[in-house]
Design a protein around this ligand. Structure first.
Ligand code: EPU
Length: 350
């Protein structure tokens, strides 16, 4: 087991916040798992770091930090209907999607170019362009850090909801995701409902010409759409969508749309357990923030991205406090104008 070290986290979080972990350890092999539980027992609940693309870090982390760096992808099983693929948690998500396509295992192309790691993907049930991870997930292999045991959880046991899972709701330091298994449907059935994707020249051009859309077409189109509206964290630090798209009851949606006819909203067909799907609507938080005049605005070292109001950016040198102030000001304005409370998507880590 590698010794505990002090680790600068500036380049390990996509918001680029300056942060230092006093006690960090690299997780590179499953054989280290029992030792990690011992460390957690000694030093208190750990924070498990994947790609750092969905976190807001305080400047000093006192808690134990486990940086996941395990690698490996394998085909576990295939039949006429599915491919079953397992990937270690430390794999880069986008590289994994690309690798699957290269091998001819399609099904994840709508989730191309999402920053982060494979192990982080189930935590917030990543989703984009008409697909959420839980639709492609077979099971999660997770280490219970507090109890020191390995558990295999099927998709139904993971408590998935929109940008949520039991891993995200659990007390910090409970779970370390070791590997994720994907069940990829073999019959080719592209998911093209998302308006931006349907309208993309690579997709509607093929359709119009009577040529079948391929998984590579979807992959390329998704990459192009994302690059056109979302800043690349390597160029401008950000954590993707900073707020969730709020899900509101139909009655609230009806009253909002009467007052604001151009409101952007969709029937919520994937909502938290206990909510009847048809009775709720998902509002585009980007639109709400945009309407409050925040797009492109700057507050000290942080700001709202000029092409996508849902994304907060760090122009350089920002702290978690700068992000909090901006986020609070936005939430207040949206609440005052629309009566809707925005919920933060990235996890705050102290
Ligand atoms: N809009 C505006 N102004 C803006 C931004 C958006 O008016 O500044 C309106 C537009 O009308 C647009 C609509 O809002 O059509 C929806 O915007 P977009 O298609 O960009 O999607 P989104 O709701 O902003 C969500 C996810 C993204 C995901 C895309 C595509 C959340 C919180 N965000 O964004 O996920 O890539 O859909 O599926 O659900 C992420 O979670 O980090 C993320 C980037």
């Amino acid at each position: 087991m590698a010794p505990l070290t002090c680790l600068e986290l500036g380049r390990f979080n996509t918001l680029g916040l300056k942060s230092q972990a006093a006690r960090a350890v690299r997780f590179t092999d499953r054989s280290q798992l029992p030792a990690l539980t011992q460390l957690a027992a000694q030093h208190g609940p750990a924070f498990v770091l994947g790609g750092g693309s969905n976190i807001v870090l305080e400047a000093q982390l006192q808690r134990l930090l486990i940086k996941v760096e395990t690698r490996g992808v394998r085909l576990i099983h295939e039949d006429e209907q599915h491919w079953l693929v397992e990937a270690e948690a430390g794999e880069n998500w986008h590289d994994f999607v690309r690798y699957c396509l290269k091998e001819g295992w399609w099904g994840l192309e709508n989730l191309a170019l999402i920053p982060g790691t494979v192990g982080a993907a189930p935590v917030q049930n990543i989703g984009a362009y008409g697909i959420e991870l839980d639709q492609r997930l077979h099971s999660v292999l997770a280490w219970n850090l507090t109890e020191g045991r390995l558990v295999e959880m099927e998709g139904n046991d993971c408590g998935f909801a929109y940008r949520d899972s039991l891993f995200k709701r659990a007390p910090l330091g409970r779970w370390l995701i070791v590997a994720v298994r994907f069940r990829l449907p073999r019959p080719w059935n592209p998911v093209l409902e998302y308006p931006d994707l349907r309208k993309h020249p690579r997709i509607c051009g093929r359709d119009a010409g009577g040529v079948a859309v391929t998984a590579d077409d979807v992959f390329e189109a998704v990459c192009e759409i994302r690059r056109s509206k979302l800043p690349d964290p390597a160029v401008l630090s950000n954590a993707g969508s900073f707020f969730k798209n709020p899900i509101v009851p139909a009655a609230q949606y009806q009253s909002l749309v009467q007052r604001f006819p151009s409101l952007v909203a969709y029937p919520a067909n994937h909502v938290s357990p206990g909510h009847a799907a048809s009775a709720h609507y998902k509002l585009a938080a980007g639109w709400l923030i945009d309407q409050c005049g925040w797009k492109g605005k700057r507050l000290g070292p942080v700001g709202v991205h000029e092409r996508q109001a849902l994304v907060l950016v760090n122009y350089g040198g920002a702290t978690a406090e700068d992000i909090r102030s901006l986020s609070q000001a936005i939430r207040q304005d949206v609440y005052d104008r629309f009566g809707v409370l925005l919920e933060q998507e990235p996890v705050a880590v102290a």
